[in-house]
Design a protein around this ligand. Structure first.
Ligand code: GRF
Length: 199
């Protein structure tokens, strides 16, 4: 299975996947990293790990459709089978998602369906939940709404800052994202309606 990671920023999840693959925990490597941000630390991490990486500038295209056509062209060239979004800050169009149906996954820093969208950790804290966590899910056309593959739960402490909670959640993200990719490579999951079932 050929894997691409899409990342816009820090790239710590990308790093966790690269490290898991280097340790042999995932029986395959990352073939490609794509970013929409020239300065993304994720690109530097990919460089360091000798993973092909490409900055595709959305501003260089006349429309989002044309930008995504370029992404698809690159993905086809690399014969990518699985796209893992890891802090990718753009919403993929439904035609892109159709092209890679059930082949795109995302990690989100909350226990979905709670706190979809941006600043999930801050909103969880403000809401006063006692537990939060992270979710890996297939991407469908709703934002953070696709079938859930795996989740991890994190306790929210009374005195947590957004940073404290985010860090605690991130630790779990780095654990479950590579695990899910391992499972997908091994054909461990099947999608039945909204449910993802372990094979
Ligand atoms: C993570 O919190 C992830 O859940 C969210 O964006 C953040 C990306 O962090 N989708 P990083 O770039 O992987 O460090």
């Amino acid at each position: 299975m050929k894997i691409a990671v899409f990342a816009s920023g820090r790239g710590s999840n990308l790093q966790a996947i690269i490290d898991a693959s280097a340790r042999g925990d995932i029986p395959t490597k990352i073939d490609l990293v794509i970013s929409d941000n020239r300065d993304a630390r994720a690109l530097k991490r990919a460089d360091k790990a000798r993973v092909d990486n490409i900055f595709v500038n959305p501003e260089a295209f006349s429309s989002n459709g044309k930008y995504e056509e370029k992404l698809i062209e690159i993905l086809k060239e690399y014969e990518i089978d699985l796209i893992a979004l890891a802090g990718y800050m753009r919403i993929l169009s439904s035609s892109f998602i159709k092209e890679y149906r059930n082949q795109i996954i995302n990690i989100h820093p909350s226990l979905l369906p709670a706190f979809k969208g941006l600043n999930a950790q801050k909103r969880a804290l403000e809401y006063g939940v006692k537990y939060s966590g992270c979710t890996v899910h297939f991407v469908n056309k709703g934002v953070d709404a696709g079938p859930i593959i795996e989740q991890a739960v994190v306790r929210v402490n009374d005195n947590d800052s957004v940073e404290d909670l985010s860090q605690r959640i991130l630790k779990e993200e780095h654990r479950i994202y590579p695990e899910v990719i391992k499972g997908l490579v091994g054909g461990k999951y099947i999608i039945r309606d909204r449910k993802v079932i372990r094979n």
